[in-house]
Ligand binder design. Structure first.
Ligand SMILES: [Zn+2]
Length: 130
């Protein structure tokens, strides 16, 4: 449950940051006409805020991968506790992707959730490797 919330947060955090920065842009635009120094403060705060955003992204992705690695070592899917099967597709770490029987989510050995394009290697006939 915690893992799924964390994964959802990591999936949607970029959109949240975009919406917040869009709102701050509109506030800064309006404040140029009302109180110009506020626009300057918002721009500087926004630029420095990228460091905080980067820190949050690194922390939350690290937590998600740590939880996934622990679940994978115990043989269960981090999302649904289903059984994991090793695929024949090699991940970037040199191991094999582990795919859940229940929810079909695949994981690298590092705990990263695999995307569809990671798993399917098209050959010349267009048939996927899995
Ligand atoms: Zn699963």
């Amino acid at each position: 449950m915690i893992y799924r919330l964390l994964a959802k947060f990591n999936d949607d955090f970029g959109l949240l940051v975009f919406v917040v920065y869009l709102g701050l842009f509109l506030l800064a635009f309006v404040s140029v006409f009302i109180f110009p120094p506020l626009a300057l403060v918002i721009v500087i705060t926004g630029l420095l805020g990228f460091v905080g955003v980067w820190g949050v992204v690194m922390l939350m992705r690290g937590l998600e991968r740590s939880m996934a690695r622990r679940a994978i070592q115990q043989g269960g899917c981090p999302c649904c506790q289903g059984a994991l099967l090793a695929t024949d597709v090699v991940d970037p770490d040199g191991g094999f992707y582990q795919q859940c029987e229940g929810c079909s989510q695949a994981f690298e050995q590092s705990g990263r959730r695999a995307q569809d394009e990671d798993l399917y290697e098209e050959d010349e006939t267009g048939v996927s490797a899995l």
